[in-house]
Design a protein around this ligand. Structure first.
Ligand code: GLN
Length: 304
């Protein structure tokens, strides 16, 4: 019997179900569309038609089977496709960066809403794929964004996203905001500031970060996709998951202007503790903001 797109989909779905993949039907469909470089409309119109025996089709089937094999090993769909959407923009991802989460859009949207003005200098720590920094640059009116990460491999991904999403924008009219990428451990990436940020630089207006915040002992309990294939250094917030908040709160003040604002992504049960850490280090007006699902997701504060 000849293969059809539908029979391939059924094969893929069964294979992924057998391997315990959470959304087998949907993932098999995305992989099928990718393998045949086609879209949902084409699939719906042609799914029951026997596939012609052409080299190109054989190539598509081979690609599809290979991708189903990878997904069956629980490699995240986004790493196989090489892309994840964030704030309406398509970001390149690989195994060196945390896959941008919808939850994190809460943080980006909040910053855009509360800082509509022009000319601010933003710092993004633990930038990973660059999804926060680059979407703020695309969608906001900021002057300059400095984004840092400890991982050189993550910075390569961020660089590719900067090129893909901000490159050449200047020519199109709206001058794009400059995003600079720096390597280093949190604020150490900014040292010496005169050299890195320029003479006369006088502090950031806004600090944003989605740091690693999962307690080390919770990592083995995460889904296979996350614990086996996303970078542990993007997830592991050490013993109680709060280490990065302590370090950011301890050192942040030295890099912020008076009146600056801080936005940190947090885990759903970390609101009270992060609030306390920020207050202990002199931050004021601490707010804990929920995401679309109603879970605490962002800690916002002021520096005076
Ligand atoms: N929200 C991510 C997760 O649940 C964790 C992100 C982080 O540690 N910054 O996997």
């Amino acid at each position: 019997m000849k293969q059809t797109l539908q029979s391939l989909l059924t094969f893929g779905r069964n294979e992924l179900t057998r391997r315990g993949v959470p959304d087998p039907e949907l993932d098999a469909k995305y992989l099928l569309l990718e393998a045949f470089r086609t879209d949902m409309v084409h699939f719906l119109m042609n799914r029951s038609r026997p596939l012609p025996e052409e080299e190109e089709i054989g190539e598509g089937i081979r690609r599809y089977r290979e991708m189903i094999g990878l997904r069956g090993k629980r490699i995240p769909l986004q790493q196989i496709l090489g892309t994840q959407e964030f704030m309406g923009l398509s970001f390149y991802v690989n195994r060196h960066v945390l896959i941008p989460r919808q939850d994190t859009e809460t943080l980006a949207e909040l910053v855009l809403r509360e800082h509509p003005g022009e000319g601010e200098h933003i710092l993004d720590l633990c930038t990973g794929s660059g999804c926060i920094a680059i979407s703020l640059a695309r969608l906001g009116n900021f002057r300059r964004i400095t984004a840092a990460d400890l991982s050189a491999e993550a910075l390569k991904v961020a660089e590719r996203n900067r090129e893909g999403l901000l490159g050449g924008l200047d020519e199109g009219g709206k001058a794009s905001c400059q995003v600079e990428l720096l390597q280093g451990d949190l604020f150490l990436a900014l040292e010496p500031t005169e050299e890195v940020l320029g003479e006369g630089w006088d502090g950031f207006d806004v600090l944003v970060s989605n740091p690693p915040y999962i307690p080390s002992c919770d990592i083995p309990g995460l889904e296979a996709e996350v614990k086996d294939y996303e970078p542990r250094m993007a997830l592991d917030g050490s013993g109680d998951g709060l280490e990065f908040y302590r370090r950011i709160a301890r050192d942040g003040g030295r890099y912020l202007k008076h009146g600056a604002a801080v936005y940190l992504e947090i885990g759903y049960d970390q609101g009270e503790k992060v609030k306390q850490i920020l207050q202990e280090h002199g931050f004021c007006d601490v707010r804990i903001i929920p995401d679309a699902a109603g879970h605490d997701r962002v800690a916002a504060a002021g520096w005076s």
